[in-house]
Design a protein around this ligand. Structure first.
Ligand code: NDP
Length: 240
């Protein structure tokens, strides 16, 4: 029997790309979303619809999901992975960086949920996987605005889980510690970037994105009556 459609946001790099590769190798058709279409297409995955979508554009997000469903059938899961970590001190960080993280990390997740949830509720099945963070459970230096968005992901996911549990829809939060990806490169404060790199090194290095993809796939592949509510994983050497 053919496997159902899964949506992966931010699939062009890091955790999203590793997840797309793994789920594709497991036989799933995919909808891959991100702003750099070439990064999605470079993955060259079979039965993968690649669309240049900014997930803060609610209508474009929903339209891409409809297009994928017309091609591959109903969405069985979404991995709301697209996100940005713009570290900074609140006294001097540009407020537009807070806006960007809140729009992407919080509203982008809500838009993803809205694009798939009505269909999942109607079918009485489906899985929503939101990528949170260890920084969605505890605080770190220079992370004030970022932790606000990741704590929000954890809170929204748990509340949503309660809302849809009786309808048979699963909500999973996957919360990684430091992972070696492009994420840090978007922080504009050079000194903060260097401190973060030194912190990662002192912990013996960060996780490989594939380890997070494996955790996502593990949660997804449980029988539908089993919800892995949260997975927190980090490099063994990461103390914080
Ligand atoms: P990356 O920067 O490699 O991946 C983020 C992805 O999101 C990119 O592919 C980017 O593609 C996409 N993206 C960014 N903005 C948008 C947007 N507006 N619309 C659509 N896609 C967008 O980092 P990671 O793989 O590390 O990050 C993935 C998730 O993991 C994030 O939510 C992050 O917060 C979380 N996380 C990461 C950790 C880490 O240490 N790396 C630790 C804990 C959590 P494009 O630019 O083409 O749009």
């Amino acid at each position: 029997m053919s496997k159902p459609l899964i949506v992966v946001t931010g699939a062009g790099s890091g955790i999203g790309a590793a997840t797309a590769r793994l789920l594709s190798a497991q036989g799933h058709p995919l909808l891959l979303l991100g702003r750099r279409l070439e990064k999605l297409e470079e993955l060259a995955l079979p039965r993968a619809l690649c669309r240049k979508v900014d997930v803060t554009d609610r209508d474009a997000f929903a339209a891409a999901v409809r297009e994928a469903e017309e091609r591959f059938g109903p969405v069985d899961a979404i991995v709301n992975n697209a996100g940005a970590m713009l570290l900074g001190r609140i006294a001097d960080q540009g407020a537009e960086e807070w806006d960007r993280m809140i729009d992407l990390n919080v509203k982008g997740v809500l838009y993803g949920v809205r694009a798939v949830l009505p269909g999942m509720l109607a079918r009485g099945t489906g899985t929503i996987i939101n990528v949170g963070s260890v920084a969605g459970r505890k605080t770190f230096p220079n992370h004030t605005a970022y932790v606000a968005t990741k704590f929000a992901v954890h809170a929204m996911s748990e509340n949503l889980r309660e809302e849809v549990a009786a309808a048979g829809v699963r909500v999973v939060t996957v919360a990684p510690g430091a992972v070696e990806t492009e994420l840090l490169s978007h922080t504009t404060d050079e000194r903060i970037r260097q401190d973060y790199e030194a912190w990662k090194e002192s912990a013996g290095g960060a996780l490989d994105a594939h380890a997070v993809a494996e955790a996502i796939a593990y949660a997804y592949h449980q029988p539908q009556h089993v919800t892995v509510r949260e997975i927190v994983l980090a490099a063994t050497g990461q103390q914080a």
